[in-house]
Design a protein around this ligand. Structure first.
Ligand code: FAD
Length: 106
């Protein structure tokens, strides 16, 4: 099985890549579906205490689904709160599209 850190790295990669490809002008259905996606993700994320924490985060600060920029910045801030909790350095959210959409190798 994947350990918690491998799972986390792969999952953040998937989530940030999804946010990077989210439409600039999403339809109402796309917006509703993206909110549902995060709700469901937080119910099934296979690290129980991570998932519980994520559900609290989503309740306090729901996904910002109005545009690609909004969603990517929201996810960056969420990831930074997890980084902070784990004592990891904060990521500069002005670089999020460079990292996850336009590309630089990690
Ligand atoms: P990761 O945090 O996995 O990041 C991967 C890459 O993303 C980095 O190398 C960097 O290039 C980029 N990055 C970093 N920060 C940002 C940002 N803010 N925005 C955009 N890109 C960024 N672990 C726990 O121990 N406890 C938890 O409660 C916990 N909760 C989690 C909740 C979720 C939803 C997820 C997906 C993971 C969670 N994890 C948790 C795992 C943890 O966040 C890390 O994934 C894991 O510790 C591996 O860290 P890493 O240093 O490889 O980098």
């Amino acid at each position: 099985p994947l350990d918690k850190d491998e799972l986390g790295r792969s999952s953040w990669g998937l989530l940030h890549t999804i946010a990077a490809k989210y439409p600039e002008n999403p339809t109402r259905t796309e917006q509703k579906d993206m909110t549902s996606f995060f709700t469901l993700f937080s119910k099934f994320y296979p690290c129980d205490f991570c998932a519980e924490d994520l559900r609290k985060e989503l309740k306090a600060d729901p996904p910002q689904i109005a545009s690609q920029e909004d969603l990517s910045q929201w996810l960056c801030r969420l990831h930074n709160r997890v980084n902070n909790k784990l004592g990891k350095p904060e990521f500069d959210c002005s670089k999020v599209n460079e990292r996850w959409r336009d590309g630089w190798a990690d």
